[in-house]
Ligand binder design. Structure first.
Ligand SMILES: [Zn+2]
Length: 313
């Protein structure tokens, strides 16, 4: 463990009546919420902020990565954000759609309906579904749509502008991915605040990991990894070499007890490398209740606090 990194881990179940306030980070904290949307991904991030008259709302930059499944209307992402205190027409500064699978962009449609989205970042991979068409239309009409690194259209570049202290680097975003697979188009983001870092893999699989190993090597090292493709092992996802370079202390699995996610081989590799696992799904592999296993990670840049709680009514 890095000498400057002191980890405090609190795993607890907080009931539905718990105040939402502690879930919103303090001025010097980065907060990453892995929202339990069942089978799918949905990550909400708030950055540290300046707490003076220049920032009357006393808030950091808000980023939503994927929205889980679902279309218009009530979704677990909406319920969760409401619980945090977001009101209709509040601003989300960045929506990042990692790739166009339904369990990632489906729930974003309701996000555009309810909130004001300033920027949308997208890898540029074209899909042929009605959900995709709706997503692109909403992203264009309701926000400024930015493409990933290489689509030839307007891009944000390699780093998201999240202030002086938080580095957010886009490691992968492919409009024409390896094997023409949607999963491998995924936006992969590495978020670092002082000595704590998060590697958020979307649904990127083994071929992307190989590319990242060649390009970034030991710079992939991160305190926390959100495993690619819901903890699957298909196409070499979460390979031993890749995990050996990332050297995470915690691995988050966002899944919903479907499609065999997470794969037992992934679990074995994590066990072999002594990685602590935190999951949004049912740990006994049978019954999943979305909303039950949200994970909140809060850090001041040196300490990391992890909480897990339910928003079930
Ligand atoms: Zn997925």
């Amino acid at each position: 463990m890095n000498a400057t990194t002191v980890l405090i881990v609190l795993i607890s179940m907080v009931g539905v009546t718990a105040s939402a306030q502690p879930l919103n980070g303090a001025a010097d904290e980065l907060t990453v919420h892995f929202i339990d949307v069942g089978q799918g991904d949905c990550i909400y991030i708030t950055t540290p902020y300046i707490s003076d008259a220049s920032n009357p709302q006393k808030r950091g930059i808000r980023i939503l990565i994927d929205g889980g499944d679902g279309r218009r209307g009530d979704t677990f992402a909406l319920r969760y954000l409401s619980r945090l205190g977001l009101r209709p027409a509040d601003t989300i500064d960045y929506v990042i759609a990692t790739h166009p699978d339904g369990d990632h962009i489906g729930g974003l449609l309701a996000i555009y309906d309810r909130y004001h989205v300033t920027n949308t970042l997208y890898a540029g991979f074209v899909n042929t579904t009605a959900t995709y068409d709706s997503f692109i239309k909403l992203a264009r009409d309701d926000s400024r749509l930015w493409y990933g690194l290489k689509s030839g259209e307007e891009t944000l570049g390699e780093y998201l502008p999240l202030g002086d202290e938080v580095e957010a680097r886009i490691l992968n975003a492919e409009s024409k991915p390896i094997g023409k697979k949607s999963n491998n188009s995924s936006i992969v983001l590495r978020l670092a605040y002082r000595s704590i870092s998060f590697l958020l893999m979307g649904d990127a699989q083994g071929p992307v990991e190989e590319k990242l190993i060649a390009k970034f090597g030991s710079a992939l090292r991160s305190t926390v990894i959100k495993l690619g493709h819901h903890g699957s092992s298909t196409d070499g996802t979460s390979g031993a070499e890749f995990l050996g370079l990332v050297r995470p202390q915690f691995a988050v699995i966002s899944a919903g007890c479907m499609y065999g996610h997470p794969n037992v081989a992934t679990g074995n590799r994590l066990w072999n490398q002594r990685v602590n696992v935190v999951r949004t799904d049912c740990e006994d592999g049978t019954v999943e209740t979305p909303g039950d296993d949200n994970i909140v990670m809060t850090t001041n840049g040196t300490q990391l606090e992890i909480r897990q709680f339910s928003i079930r009514d």
